[in-house]
Design a protein around this ligand. Structure first.
Ligand code: AMP
Ligand code: MG
Length: 425
């Protein structure tokens, strides 16, 4: 549908499918391992180096010949010292030991390390060994973490902080990843101010784009702040066309419903190929999605509603998974949808919509996730939604009674309850 107004509500699933069909994964780029953080690998990573690169000691102690320490206590002559980073220059002979620090290479002749706790220094030249060790004791073999040729990561893996460390450890200087989407974010409305000035009657402070810029970043994409755009068709058209030349997707807030000054609707209907949706959900019923083609580039546009909570929920349910898909995420494009216990009775009326209440989710002592509302649920009441870590699905009907199960979408980490935190470990 281009340009028309749709009054029949469609299901969230259909709205998502309509978005999904138009999305494609961005091209593969080569980035440094550090910049790969949060990206999705496009190729397997094969180790070109061993980790560790040489056999080294796991403990501070003495490098010995295991055969020399079978009968303890015994005394060995200390012939040198090896710190981490030093290269061995002399070999350990019969009846000899070298003082060695964690991470230092194993000197020739030695085949075991006696930890310092099992030794006593006897003057400057000798050490008494009080525990016998087998050959190989406390020696970390070359390649015992990663061996040359190992497949350290497979395509599709998301590079987390630990994985960045692993890439560094195998000297994978550059890796192939799906390009991180660059997403332009703007808000529309003559009433919006964000300069801290005293509010004139009718003005309100901007919140949506400020929030959405961070939500885009949290989704793993790069946000470009396109500012507050007045309800002015020419200005909005110019901003959108200019953005289309330099971003991979555009997120707008406001102006997509039935108001006379819904300029996003007016302008995008004219310059882009849009679907104007009324989704059978609350909040965030109005939603627009389409593709803006300008100077040969086609850019998906997400038209989120202006009510702040609607903007938030709409982004979570429709824009976020699509943007993550562009960045190469597979199943990880989606939030986790889990079964939860609803701790308070939530009443609602039949209206043919699914309600998404903002809730606190917390692990209970029964090992299940429990939820309760985070505060007032009006679509303008953003403050009450800000600390929510889940969206509770309340199907059309009379609501959910306390103690019943329901589905929730986790939008943040679920907190531990007092009984299952790690304090007792
Ligand atoms: P609209 O969708 O443009 O009709 O806006 C719906 C409601 O959301 C109105 O009350 C607007 O003032 C408010 N609103 C729209 N955009 C924003 C924004 N960026 N920040 C805060 N409130 C907004
Ligand atoms: Mg508006």
């Amino acid at each position: 549908m281009t340009g028309g107004t749709v009054h029949i509500m469609i299901s969230l699933r259909n709205a998502r499918d309509a978005v999904w069909q138009q999305m494609s994964v961005l091209p593969v780029v080569e980035v440094s391992f550090a910049d790969a953080y949060g990206c999705v690998l496009a190729c397997d990573v094969i180790a070109a180096e061993n980790v560790p690169p040489f056999a080294n000691t796991a403990v501070d102690g003495y490098a010995v010949r295991a055969a020399d320490v079978q009968h303890v206590p015994c005394e060995l002559r200390v012939i040198g010292e090896l710190a981490a980073g030093a290269a061995p220059t002399i070999a350990v002979g019969a009846g000899e030991a070298i003082r060695i620090m964690t991470g230092a290479p194993i000197p020739a002749g030695a085949d075991a390390i006696v930890m310092v706790e099992d030794t006593e220094r006897v003057g400057a030249s000798h050490v008494r060994i009080t525990a016998s060790v087998p050959s190989g004791a406390a020696i970390r073999a070359a390649g015992s973490d990663v061996t040359v040729g190992d497949r350290v990561f497979v395509a599709g893996a998301v590079i987390n902080a630990v994985a960045v460390g692993v890439l560094s450890s195998v000297n994978a200087r550059a890796v192939q990843v799906y390009r991180r989407a660059v997403v332009g974010v703007l808000s529309t409305g003559d009433e919006l101010v964000d300069d801290g000035s005293v509010l004139k009657m009718g003005q309100i402070r901007e919140s949506n784009r400020t929030m959405l810029v961070r939500m885009v970043q949290e989704a793993g994409a790069t946000a470009v702040d396109l500012g507050i755009i007045k309800d002015d068709e020419e200005l909005l058209e110019h901003t959108l066309r200019d953005a289309a030349t330099r971003v991979d997707a555009i997120v707008t807030s406001g102006g997509v419903s039935m108001g006379d000054y819904d300029v996003v609707k007016i302008v995008l209907s004219r310059i882009a190929n849009m679907e104007w949706m009324q989704i059978a959900m609350k909040p965030a019923k109005p939603f627009a999605f389409g593709v803006l083609t300008h100077n040969g580039r086609s850019v998906p546009v997400f038209g989120l509603p202006g009510n702040p909570v609607s903007s938030m929920v709409s982004f979570e349910l429709l824009a976020r998974p699509a943007l993550r898909m562009m960045c190469g995420h597979g199943a990880g494009a989606h939030r986790q949808r889990v079964r939860v216990v609803v701790d308070e009775t939530i009443s609602r009326k039949r209206d043919s919509k699914v309600h998404f209440d903002r809730v606190f989710a917390q692990w209970g002592p029964d090992g299940r996730v429990h939820v309760s509302r985070s505060g007032a649920q009006g679509s303008h009441q953003l403050a009450a939604s800000s600390m929510a870590n889940a969206l509770l699905e309340i199907p059309d009907g009379e609501g959910i009674a306390a103690g019943q199960d329901a589905w929730a979408l986790l939008i943040g980490p679920v907190l531990a309850s007092a009984s299952n935190d790690d304090a007792s470990v």
